[in-house]
Write a protein that binds this ligand. Structure first.
Ligand code: NAD
Length: 441
């Protein structure tokens, strides 16, 4: 099938390459000429494991092209909208201007029977608004939210946990004939994962848009729950990692996503829960989501606590101290620094008078653009040279596997704050380090 993918960022580029690898003819469209040029040369414009291999695999087939010209969308039967929906500056609401401009640019190129499939995360009600603008065009809007995780994006796109279609429905909630036709096209697009038994939820517009923000709210709540327990552990001398193990054995709770530490960040969870709260307010049901305010507050408090711990291990002051921050990306296996807890902590310490050097296996270039005043190093050992404190902020494998003796040889003082609870306190203390962590004695 001929497909267009509009917006080729972390979501769209992976979606476009994945759809081509499933055998479809795909045109990826983006306003960023530099990104398009790199993708057209089969080069991944950001770090995502498996994406370079996928681009290489499909490059010889002629099934994947990239352009800045929206007119190239003409002739595709399904158009995936994958543009960004960041937080509005100074507000909790989502900025829908990219969705607006992409949709309006696409509209003149649609033909009767075409499906516009929204994948961006949007406030509930957006799909209804866009669908109303397609009336009379013969094109149909569906909402097909995306759940991929950066770092596992290729795997998650090719083998998703589930697919969700939000279709146009009649007053009884039954898909309209147009909706059924759109569903048949999406079934064709996703024939491979569906054939592998991927669960499919077919529903209405409102539910499909809510599914995505509900899922992210649940995940954020799970992280903030365990981080709230970490605060209790800090007040009592308990160990949050043992607590998480113990409650995680209960299958109703589960151990995944119960890792206490520096909390969540990135281009999704923080802005999605805030946009959800803002939307609930507009709908007159803000009380329903008042707990998300607390989820957000607990998350942000961890960043402050991390700076406090760095101060504690530096004899009460970080002024003039050299601090090495291991990690800049918001999570390992990504170069994404949007709302990164690691960089937020690094910047706070710098503001408070520390000399901060940041390192990351993949995200230094992005970090340098956003935070040019911080110092950067190419490796953990280089960053930690003569450091008074080492702060582990993003749990890349290479930081998990650091040896206390190896690092101990380059630092000025053996003091470390483990912001992700991934180091063995015994081993580090045994090597003469002052070891502190969030939620652990
Ligand atoms: P991104 O910023 O990496 O990518 C967005 C892309 O859209 C950019 O390349 C930008 O140049 C392009 N764009 C902007 N306006 C355009 C226009 N008018 N026409 C064509 N292209 C345009 O963002 P992302 O992380 O890929 O997220 C995209 C959407 O997917 C967001 O709504 C996000 O919440 C959602 N989402 C993201 C993830 C994730 O892990 N990144 C997962 C699930 C859902």
């Amino acid at each position: 099938m001929r497909i267009s993918v509009i917006g080729c960022g972390y979501l769209g580029a992976v979606h476009a390459a994945s759809m081509a690898s499933l055998g479809h003819d795909v045109v990826g469209i983006d306003v960023d000429a530099d990104k398009v040029a790199r993708l057209a040369a089969s080069t991944a414009p950001f770090y995502e494991p498996g994406l370079p291999e996928l681009l290489a695999e499909v490059s010889g087939t002629g099934r994947l092209t990239f352009t800045t010209d929206m007119a190239q969308a003409a002739g595709a039967q399904v158009h995936f909208l994958c543009v960004g929906t960041p937080q509005k500056h100074g507000e909790f609401r989502a900025d829908l201007s990219y969705v607006e401009s992409a949709f309006e640019a696409l509209r003149p190129h649609l033909a009767p029977g075409d499906v516009v499939a929204g994948k961006s995360t949007v406030p509930v009600g957006t799909a209804e608004d866009l669908a109303a603008r397609l009336v009379g065009s013969g094109a149909v809007l569906v909402w097909n939210p995306e759940f991929l995780r950066e770092g596992f994006a290729v795997q998650d796109t090719l083998h998703p946990d589930r697919l969700v279609y939000g279709l146009p429905t009649d007053d009884e909630g039954v898909p309209t004939p147009d909706g059924e036709a759109a569903r048949a096209l999406l079934d064709e697009v996703y024939a491979t994962p569906l054939g592998e038994g991927t669960p499919l939820v077919v529903t209405d517009y409102a539910t499909s848009q809510l599914v995505k923000v509900a899922a992210n709210s649940f995940l954020a709540t799970k992280i903030s729950f365990i981080n709230a327990m970490a605060e209790l552990c800090e007040a009592t001398g308990a160990d949050v990692t043992r607590l998480a193990d113990a409650i995680g054995y209960d299958a109703r709770i589960g151990r995944r996503f119960l890792n206490a530490g520096l909390g969540f960040g990135g281009g999704c969870l923080p802005k999605d829960i805030r946009a959800f709260m803002a939307r609930a307010g507009e709908l007159g049901v803000d009380q329903a989501l008042s707990f998300l305010r607390e989820v957000d507050a607990i998350n942000m408090r961890r960043r402050v606590r991390m700076v406090d711990l760095a101060r504690e291990v530096s004899a009460g002051s970080i002024v003039g101290k050299r601090v090495a921050v291991l990690g800049a990306a918001f999570k390992p296996n990504s170069d994404d620094i949007r709302d990164s807890p690691a960089l937020s902590v690094a910047a706070q310490m710098q503001l408070q008078g520390a000399h901060v050097t940041v390192t990351d296996p993949q995200a230094v270039e992005n970090a340098r653009v956003k935070w040019p005043d911080l110092k950067y190093a190419a490796s953990a050992l280089e960053a930690a040279q003569d450091a008074d404190v080492v702060v582990l902020a993003t749990e890349w494998d290479e930081y998990r596997n650091l040896g206390p003796d190896e690092l101990g040889e380059v630092v000025a003082h053996r003091a470390i704050v483990d912001g992700r609870n991934v180091l063995d306190p015994k081993a580090w203390r045994g090597a003469g380090w002052t070891y502190r962590a969030l939620g652990r004695p």
